[in-house]
Design a protein around this ligand. Structure first.
Ligand code: IPM
Ligand code: MG
Length: 352
């Protein structure tokens, strides 16, 4: 198979974790006889420094022309001034919207060897959990009308029926391939946009009679996630609710450095990135955990390219390294062997 992959290192640890993910990609190409053409693309703070904008047109064009986009992380204290006109996050939002990646898939599961790192009590984490948050990514309050008027400011949450329908279909399809239970998260007791969301999800549900739908208010969902995460399988959310709940879901796994994500649209092209940020405080020290980015590569191979065996080979290599008690510093537990970013990337690559 021949594929073009746009690769965005971004800022902070982005450079280091992408280097390890690229190693893994090259190993997969060699072992399974594929050819991946990697196209470096500039985005984020580094692009602001060079071009004055976070996502130059030529960077977006390069991503649009590719079969998939692999992204490290963007942002850092240097570009953090909230009053600044240009910010690295604009690059990320521009890329998601520009690629039409409306469906953000964020799996949050407990890796048994890492369960001890979860902040949840043993009695809760002991049951394990395996959740997929399906977050609407190109609408809602992130992209609604916003502004300032005199001494007030506003941001608008707006959803259309087609926007809710397409993300609902994406979530139902995922639920169908799993436990066939879908929690649709909203705030329908207060927000009109949530009432439209709930009505629309109920209509879409008719096409998936094998999937049961449970409507849950977002505040309750946040509480239930720490009380009994095992009750959830697929969670369908708006953009802002998914932003918040996916951080919560990732943290309770105990290993935010492990969690990958995929963002897809109508076609097969997708954007793949770890869910963590650019961690400027640990950048350049060879201590960042490259596993989330490596697992994002696995999601790319599976979802955009349909290469199931290749994706499985990466997942297995990661599982095997963890079972043998190798860890990066962020997920270190008693008696483990702590590896640097490069050494972890090498070991996973070797085991593929
Ligand atoms: C995420 C991040 C982004 C978001 C930021 C960096 C714009 O928090 O991917 O969850 O809010 O979507
Ligand atoms: Mg977030």
């Amino acid at each position: 198979m021949n594929k073009n992959i746009a690769v965005i290192e971004g800022d902070g640890i982005g450079v280091e974790i992408i280097a390890e993910a690229v190693k893994v990609l090259k190993k997969i190409a060699q072992k399974f006889g594929h050819s991946f053409n990697l196209i470096p693309v500039e985005m984020g703070g580094c692009a602001i420094d060079k071009y004055g904008v976070a996502l130059p047109d030529f960077s977006l064009d390069a991503c649009k022309a590719a079969d998939a986009v692999l992204l490290g992380a963007v942002g850092g204290p240097k570009w953090d001034d909230p009053t600044a006109r240009v910010r690295p996050e604009q690059g990320l939002l521009g890329l998601r919207a520009g690629l039409g990646c409306f469906a953000n898939i964020r799996p949050a599961k407990v890796y048994a060897p890492l369960a001890a790192a979860s902040p949840l009590k043993d009695s809760i984490i002991g049951k394990g959990f395996d959740i997929v948050v399906v977050r609407e990514l190109t609408g809602g309050i992130y992209f609604g009308e916003s502004g300032r008027e005199g001494d007030s400011a506003f941001d608008t949450e707006r959803y259309s029926v087609p926007e809710v329908e397409r993300i609902a279909h994406a979530a139902f399809k995922i639920a169908r391939g799993r436990k066939k239970v879908l929690h649709s998260v909203d705030k329908a007791n207060v927000l009109e946009s949530s009432r439209l969301w709930r009505e629309t999800v109920a209509r879409v549900a008719k096409a998936y009679p094998d999937v049961s739908v449970i409507n849950i208010l977002v505040d309750n969902a946040a509480m239930q996630l720490v009380r009994n995460p095992a009750q959830f399988d697929v969670m369908l959310t708006s953009n802002i609710f998914g932003d918040i709940l996916s951080d919560e879901a990732s943290q309770i796994t105990g290993s935010i450095g492990m969690l990958a994500s995929a963002s897809t649209g109508e076609g097969t092209r997708g954007l793949y990135e770890p869910i963590h940020g650019s961690a400027p405080d640990i950048a350049g020290k060879n201590i960042a955990n490259p596993i989330a980015t490596i697992l994002s590569v696995a999601m790319m191979l599976d979802i955009s390219f349909g290469l199931k065996a290749e994706a499985q080979a990466i997942d297995n290599a990661v599982d095997s390294v963890l079972s043998d008690n190798y860890r990066t510093a962020d997920i270190a537990t008693d008696g483990c062997t702590v590896l640097g970013t490069i050494q972890m990337g090498d070991l996973i690559t070797e085991r593929i």
